[in-house]
Design a protein around this ligand. Sequence first.
Ligand code: URP
Ligand code: ZN
Ligand code: ZN
Ligand code: ZN
Length: 466
Amino acid sequence: MSTRTLIRGGLVVTASDELHADVLIEDGRVAALAATGSAAAAAWTADRTIDASGKYVIPGGVDAHTHMELPFGGTAASDTFETGTRAAAWGGTTTIVDFAVQSVGRSLREGLDTWYDKADGNCAIDYAFHMILSDVNEHTLKEMDHLVGEGVTSFKLFMAYPGVFYSDDGQILRAMQRASSNGGLIMMHAENGIAIDVLVEQALARGETDPRHHGEVRKVLLEAEATHRAIQLARVAGSPLYVVHVSAEEAVAELAAARDKGLPVFGETCPQYLFLSTDNLAEPDFQGAKYVCSTPLRPKEHQAALWRGLRTNDLQVVSTDHCPFCFRGQKELGRGDFSKIPNGLPGVENRMDLLHQAVLDGHITRRRWIETACATPARMFGLYPQKGTIAPGSDADIVLYDPHAEQVISAETHHMNVDYSAYEGRRITGRVDTVLSRGELVIDRREYTGRAGHGAFVHRSTCQYL
Ligand code: URP
Ligand code: ZN
Ligand code: ZN
Ligand code: ZN
C-alpha cells in the first residue's frame, strides 16, 4: 500500500523558483508539483492533506558541517546524534553531514566505523559523513578510494591544531593528489596552526589568558595565508578545494581571486561569522568563552565581506560547524587559559532561521537562502537532487516555514543539548512549523513527532558542483 500526502496552498521556494504549488508525496518521495488551483492539483487525492496556506514550502536544510559527540579539547561535543539531529529537525534541517574522525595511528576504516556506530539507530533525520584525515600515510591514501566507493566522498584536512588533527603541506599535497584521482573533495581548515601556536604561547606568557585573546592570536593574516597556500597546493595537485568556516574578508579575497582565475575553489561560511563578532569574545566574566571557535569570530567589519561573498557566489554554502560545549564544566575548562577552552559553537537549530532573518534584512534573497542552505550543500557533497530541492523524485524532506511568526532565540526554549545559546535574546521573524523527512512528519505544527532511528545513512556521490 502506498501512502500519499498532499501539501496544499503554500509558496514553494527552491534555489531556482518560487511558485504557488501543491506538492504530492508518494512513498516518501515527491511525486509531482502542480499550480495551486490547477485542474491537475485539484484532481489529486491523498491519505493525508497538510494545509500550507500562508507558509513557505521549502526543501529541508542540508547542514554540511556538524560535529555530534566529537571528542575534542579534553571533552566531547555535548549533542549526541540523537539530541543533535532532533534539534536540527526543530530548526528545519533534514540532513546533516557530520565529520567522522581518523585518530592518529589508526585507519580511516576504524574511525568511520566508530561514527557509523554512534549514529546508527539514533538519528531523527538523514545523515552522511565526511572523513577527517589526521594521519595521512600510504595506507590512508589507499583507504580514501574505498571511502569514496562507500559514499563518504569528502575529506577534511587541518592546517591548524598541531599534534591533534594537523597535516603538513606534504601530507596535504598527497591527499589532494589522491582526491584528484578518485573524485573526492578536499575540505580545508585553513589557519596556519604552527604560527598560531607560537602566538598562543607568547600571549599566555604575557598573562593574556582571557577568551578574547583566542581571537587575537588566530590572526586574519594566518587564515588568509593558509587559504592562499591551500589554493596553490590544490592547483599543483589538480584537485578542487572547499574551504570550511571562512571568517575573514582577506580569506574571501583569496577565494575570489582563485575563482576569478576559473579555479574550482569553494567556500563555506557559518552563521556565527555573519551574526557574531569579537565583541562577543570580549564579553566579561569569562562569558566570551561561549564564543570560542576556530576560525575565530572576527571584528564586525568582516561581516559585510561575507555577505557580499554569499551574494556574488565567492562563498557558496552556509553550514553551522555545530560543535556544542556547555558553558558549565566544558567551556570552563579554559578559565585562566583561553587555549584550553574547547573550540566550537552550537547552531544546528538556528541556521535556517538566522538566514531567513538575513533575507528580511536584505542581505540575501529568499532563493539564495535556499540555495546556500539546501541546494548547494547538497550539490557540493553529492546529495542532489535526492536532497536540497523539491522536485519529482526527490526525497520528501520538506519544511513548512511560517515567514510571519515571531520568535526570540533562547537556551530556555532550544532543543540542542547545551546550556547556553550563542544567539540568546535575538529576535527572528520566521519559524519552522512542520517538517517532513522522507514523507514522515518529524515536526507537526510545532510538536515533535519524530523518532530516533528514522534517520538513515545517505550514500553520497562525488561533488556535483564542478
Ligand atoms: O571551533 C571549531 N570549529 N570546532 C570544531 C572543529 C573544527 O575545526 O571545525
Ligand atoms: Zn585498505
Ligand atoms: Zn575546522
Ligand atoms: Zn568543524
